[in-house]
Structure formats: structure tokens, C-alpha cells
Ligand binder design. Structure first.
Ligand code: NAD
Ligand code: IPM
Ligand code: MN
Length: 362
């Protein structure tokens, strides 16, 4: 029996609420399958921890996480702690220290999920965003000069290394080969005359290694427009850290909302643990009401099964999510229903059990 050690960081706001349902579903899926098992270890890190201890995680937090096979995280950030502190000292720190340089964000409109687009554009919303997750605009490089003086200047430097740019673009091409799809690069070389000129150059170089893959290239502003007007043109998409952050929220809106958008932060070499998390935040506006949608967290759990090589279980979680969306009877308020977070988790569990029941009982 395979045993996977998972570090659980429920985090802030709705984080713990959605993670509880994700864990419930993961345990049930593993139990029904019988080939694998999880060992969960909880870490109470986040904004409450900060207010008590003056830090977002234990001093040796990164060291503690190193021995796990994966990390399952809810959300980080809450009013009361400045966002740049909470995020840089926990979420972004983990992504960086564990060199989780690939952020995989599927934007797939499942049957039954709401989509704000006109009918003919809803077809074929099935994009796989590969967001650069280790550098670019998130390098943390900058300066704050002449603070408070009239000549005050603030610099935030985008860092695009050859290694960092090549490896993410190559990862996108490998995914495209595996899936038999095209690759679209999204950049902005007309205005960003260093970083994005370089990005486009590397994209062109790497694309030569994959003559069998069809490629497209868009400026980010036009890409944002095309995602709304004609989303089917996007298959595998590779883009920089900040553009990927923004475009995947647009993608989330296309595919049912923040409550349905999942993500995986991958260290492909498996030198360090990878981290699975919904792409939404702590949603202070609905926290502690028991109405957050747990499906994004459950979808991220499905990505974890894939990562561990149990793609069939990952697929069964997605099928269960789709079934629940199609039924429309147990949905949280963001999807127009009145179910609670845990009712949705329970419905997914029931769906998995029904699927596993011997045929005679069906
Ligand atoms: P958010 O994603 O938390 O919320 C945006 C909107 O989407 C809100 O109206 C919220 O109610 C709704 N929403 C989000 N997730 C939902 C869910 N599962 N079910 C139903 N509705 C949901 O973004 P924000 O308000 O900009 O950020 C809040 C805090 O979270 C900030 O501190 C921010 O920095 C942080 N944040 C953290 C992460 C992360 O940890 N990965 C991601 C994004 C934002
Ligand atoms: C995300 C979030 C983070 C990001 C924030 C909270 C730092 O928005 O995961 O999409 O920008 O990467
Ligand atoms: Mn984001």
C-alpha cells in the first residue's frame, strides 16, 4: 500500500472550511480505492498564528515541510495583517523555497457549471494555464528610495532568467505533446521592452524543439479580450507569473467562478514537495458562515491524486464534481444554491460511494 505524507495548512478565512471538505473527500476516495492511504499532519500557520507569535510560520517551518510528499493549502491573508507580509512569509515563501516553478491551473467548464458567456462561446472552454511561478514580477526585487520625500521613487523589478524562462516554456510544450494540443504564449513585448522581448525570443527558440506543436502568441491585453470573446482558441497556455495570476481569475470566472478554480504548484523534479491549493483567497466577506464553495479545494485534491500517479482517482473526483454540478441540488450560494460547505463535501463523498457500489446495488 502506498502511503503519502501530506502537510495540511488550512490557513485563513474560508481556507480551513474548504480544506476540511477536501480532506474528507481525499480520505474517502483513498479508502474506497484501497491502493493508497494518506497521512495528514496539520500546521496552524497563517494570520491568527502571526497575531499570536509575530510570524506567519514556525522559524524552521520550511525545514519541517521538506519531508512531506505534498502540501495541501487553503488560503492565506486576512484583514489585520498586511497582505505583503502574510503572503510573502508563507504562501510565496513556500512556492519559492521549494522551487515550485510550475503553476498548473486548469480552466475547464464542466457540464452544469455556470458561465457568463453567450451560448455559442461556452463550448470548448478547456484551457490549461501553465503559469511561471518562481520569478518574473514576483521576484521580490525592488527598492523604495527617498521615502516620503517629493522625489520618492519605488522600483519593482521583473526578473526573467534564461533558466527560469526556458524551463516553464519547455514544460508547457511537454504538456502540449502529452495532450496533443497547441501552445499559446502570452506576453507583452510592445511595452515591456526587456522582459517580454526576452520571453518571446525564448518561446521562439524552445518552439523549434517541438515542430509538431502548433503555436500562437498574443499580447496580454488582447489575450484577455479573446478569453472572453473566443475562449476556444486557447489550449495549453504559458505565461509569466503576474499575467498568469490575472488571467486565471478571468478563467475562473469563465468556468464557474472562484469557487471552482483549482491550482497546483509543482516542483517537477520532485526535489521538494509540491503544493495544491484552490486559486481563490480567504474570502473575508463570507468567512465563518459555512457557505464557501469547497469544489475548488476538492479539484485541487484531484490534481494531487494525479501528481501521485493515481490519475484514475483524480478523474473520479472530477466526475463527482461534474455530477453534482449537473444535478444542481446541492450547491453553495456562489453557484445559486443554498447548500453549506459541508453539505457539498458530503454530496461529493456520496457520489464517490455510489460510483463504487457493486453494480447490483445501483
Ligand atoms: P478572494 O478570492 O478571497 O475573494 C474574491 C471573491 O470571490 C469574494 O467575493 C469571495 O467571497 C469570492 N470567493 C472566493 N472563493 C470562494 C469560494 N470558495 N466560494 C465562494 N466564493 C468565493 O480574493 P480577495 O478578496 O481579493 O482576497 C482576500 C484575501 O485572500 C487577501 O488577503 C488576499 O491577499 C488573499 N489571497 C490569497 C490567496 C491564496 O492564499 N492562494 C489567493 C488569492 C487571494
Ligand atoms: C494566487 C494569489 C497569489 C498570487 C497572492 C495571494 C500572492 O493571488 O495564488 O493566485 O498572486 O500568486
Ligand atoms: Mn490570484
Amino acid at each position: 500500500m502506498d502511503i503519502f505524507k501530506v502537510a495540511v495548512i488550512p490557513g485563513d478565512g474560508i481556507g480551513p472550511e474548504v480544506i476540511e471538505e477536501g480532506i474528507k473527500v481525499m480520505k474517502k476516495a483513498a479508502e474506497l480505492d484501497g491502493r493508497m492511504q494518506f497521512e495528514f499532519t496539520y500546521f496552524p500557520w497563517g494570520c491568527e498564528y502571526y497575531l499570536e507569535n509575530g510570524k506567519m510560520m514556525a522559524d524552521d517551518g520550511i525545514e519541517q515541510l521538506k519531508s512531506f510528499d505534498a502540501i495541501y493549502l487553503g488560503a492565506v491573508g486576512f484583514p489585520g495583517v498586511p497582505d505583503h507580509i502574510s503572503l510573502w512569509d508563507l504562501l510565496l515563501r513556500i512556492r519559492k523555497d521549494f522551487d515550485q516553478y510550475v503553476n498548473i491551473r486548469p480552466i475547464t467548464l464542466l457540464n452544469g457549471a455556470p458561465c457568463p458567456l453567450v451560448e455559442e462561446n461556452k463550448e470548448n472552454i478547456d484551457m490549461l494555464f501553465i503559469r511561471e511561478n518562481s520569478e518574473g514580477e514576483y521576484a521580490g526585487a525592488g527598492d523604495w528610495l527617498f521615502k516620503g520625500k517629493p522625489e520618492e521613487v519605488v522600483l519593482q523589478t521583473g526578473v526573467f532568467s534564461r533558466k527560469g524562462t526556458e524551463r516553464i516554456i519547455r514544460y508547457a510544450f511537454e504538456e502540449a505533446v502529452r495532450l496533443g494540443k497547441s501552445v499559446t504564449s502570452i506576453s507583452k513585448a510592445n511595452a515591456l521592452n526587456y522582459s517580454m522581448v526576452f520571453w518571446d525570443q525564448v518561446f521562439e527558440e524552445v518552439s523549434k524543439e517541438y515542430p509538431q506543436v502548433k503555436t500562437y502568441s498574443y499580447l496580454v491585453d488582447a489575450a484577455a479580450m479573446h478569453m472572453i470573446k473566443d475562449p476556444k482558441r486557447f489550449e495549453v497556455v504559458v505565461t509569466s507569473n503576474l499575467f498568469g495570476d490575472i488571467l486565471t481569475d478571468i478563467g475562473a470566472a469563465l468556468a464557474g467562478g472562484m469557487g471552482l478554480a483549482a491550482g497546483a504548484n509543482i516542483n517537477p523534479e520532485k526535489v521538494y514537495p509540491s503544493m495544491f491549493e484552490p486559486i481563490h483567497g480567504s474570502a473575508p466577506d463570507i468567512a465563518k458562515q459555512g457557505i464557501a464553495n469547497p469544489l475548488a479545494a476538492i479539484w485541487s485534491a484531484s490534481q494531487m491524486f494525479d501528481f501521485f500517479g493515481y490519475e484514475d482517482i483524480g478523474e473520479s473526483l472530477l466526475t463527482a464534481i461534474e455530477k453534482v454540478m449537473e444535478e444542481k441540488t446541492v450547491m453553495t450560494p456562489d453557484l445559486g444554491g443554498n447548500a453549506t460547505t459541508s453539505e457539498v463535501g458530503d454530496r461529493i463523498v456520496k457520489q464517490l460511494e455510489e460510483k463504487h457500489a457493486p453494480t447490483i446495488l445501483k
